[in-house]
Ligand binder design. Sequence first.
Ligand code: SF4
Length: 208
Amino acid sequence: MNIVEIFHSVQGEGVEIGLPTIFIRCGGCNLRCEWCDTRYAWEGGEEVSIEEMMEKVDEIDCSRVCITGGEPLLQEDILELIDSLITDYEVSIETNGSIDISELVKRDLMVSMDYKTLSSGMHEEMRNDNLKLLRERDQIKFVIADRTDYEFSSNMIDKFGLNCNVIFQPVGNENIKEIAEWVIDDGLDVRVLPQLHKIIWDGEEKEL
Ligand code: SF4
């Protein structure tokens, strides 16, 4: 598999925010979001076998693993990696919403989907068939830059009757107060959450 980094940190986004987690970051992405904060994962990375990855993960004292990217579903061996991890770890996988998740939702893990809003420039790449597959244990994150993104995201909840956890996350933590006030005014049942790692480490990486 093409791996950019493996590191131990706290979960910075979504319903598991703040929980100590091992991150496996896969290299390569099929999208080019305007506000991408992991551009270094678009190219590069190095070939690491699943056995080598399991060894490295097993050395870390942590029960949770998040597979992220880039876009991890581009990796040929991704299901093999998941199946190796789920026997011993609580696993989550972050995916960008453009690739079929039907094999993921058959497994004992949390699917964390970043649904691309208008400001990303990638919303037309979203595969809406995925939305009906998300389970109660899964989450969908809408990264929101402005009021247009907010309305787009609110409409998606109604249009697809989402059954999973819904997160509204401001781009770069910038307009979180505004988004929180819009959510309260509109009576939406979603979580408004920042990116915690950016508050704690201000962009520094926590690589082992
Ligand atoms: S899908 Fe994720 S990694 Fe890919 S460009 Fe968008 S934000 Fe960056």
